[in-house]
Design a protein around this ligand. Sequence first.
Ligand code: SF4
Length: 443
Amino acid sequence: MALQPMMIYKLLPKKNCKECGVATCLAFAMKLAEGKVELALCPYLSAEAKNILGLESGPSVVEVRFGPAEREVILGGETVLYRHEKRFVNPTAIGILIDDNLSQTEMQRRLDLSSHILERTGMKLGMAYVVLRADEDNGDVFGWLVDEAVKRNLPVLLQASPDLCRLALGRGLVRPLIHSSYGQTEELLKLAGENALPVVVSGETLNQIAENALEAEKHAIKDIVIEPIAENIKDRTAMMVACRRSAVLKRDAVLGRPLLWQERESDNELCAQLAVMRYASLLSLRDCDLARLTPLLVLEQEIYSDPQKPISLSPGLYPIGNPGADSPVLITTNFSLTYFLVSGDAEASGIPCHLLLIEVEGQSVLTAFASGKLTAEKAAETIQESGIADRLNHRRLIIPGLISRMSGKLEDASGWQVDVGPQDSSRLPGWLKNYSTVSGSRG
Ligand code: SF4
């Protein structure tokens, strides 16, 4: 179980010297328990304290990596059961199954889907890997699939016989993850051990999983992913949760490994979402299209974002279209969702604009205004620092309708004329069409 602050405090030197950047040893212990500081910041720890705290403050779920460096998939590294305790670390890697008995067109479609990128709140989201499965044991088709994966730098989970796994390695596949329960397990483990490759071991009970993981370790395999197997969703989910609980609460090193959820024929649509919410480090989908992938990626992004840090963008000037000296200037906050809504709505107007984001620690407009982070002085300062005035023939700016009360103060602080925009950015397209910085008025 993660150490409590008082247990950590007992192991600290109690010098209260502040060299760690924290006022007292007790405050340092509290921050360490919350994972907000690194143990190495205290230079006076005894060897015993380093041993105990180092072990206890490391991740409960070990990290496992696979795939080529350019698109490496990082799994695990988790320390908590619930994201509000700290945060989840490495998002669920979502992959798609490509079976060698599919038609050429379907294989191509799935390969293309694995390269699709969705941009949301400034982040690039997409499939992380492909599962290459050799059902037909056809070297020609499988070899073609491997060549495509190599060409596209795709991380691969291999479900194939030892011979086909060797063929894949021979054709340049970089650090694939080998599923050991597909074909001759003993030989697959030997192959993975000899090539220092990560493996998946599965089992229908936690004991079976642990036994299979220990068997893999005998082949000098360090990087192991575990897969709870159960046809029934309730049982599979219970096993996923039991593994994570054992890892976090009991520091169980055998079960403290990344978890694989392979979609089964009997799974319904909610199962994939359940897998993302219930600790799957890897989610292998049997089939997928963009309409299915997009909400899964959004869900994954929401769950794996840091709850203590709102998703934000750098403050400053963002062009919408190709704005010029007479274009309108809009201001809003640097909360990512706000930016993407406002920029999307401004873009929909077809009128090029300057969009100025104010640093408010990633809060939305009303929250930042209510908390005193979005003030007339701060907005005036941002306008000045941005240098926007040098690019314009006018001195007019548009503020969100929600903070209309700020308009007078902002005019005084900035010397600019302030126009109050709509309360809801979805009304911006129509509003901007009737707005002119040249005529000096709307409409
Ligand atoms: Fe305490 Fe170490 Fe921080 Fe000094 S550096 S205050 S001894 S925790």
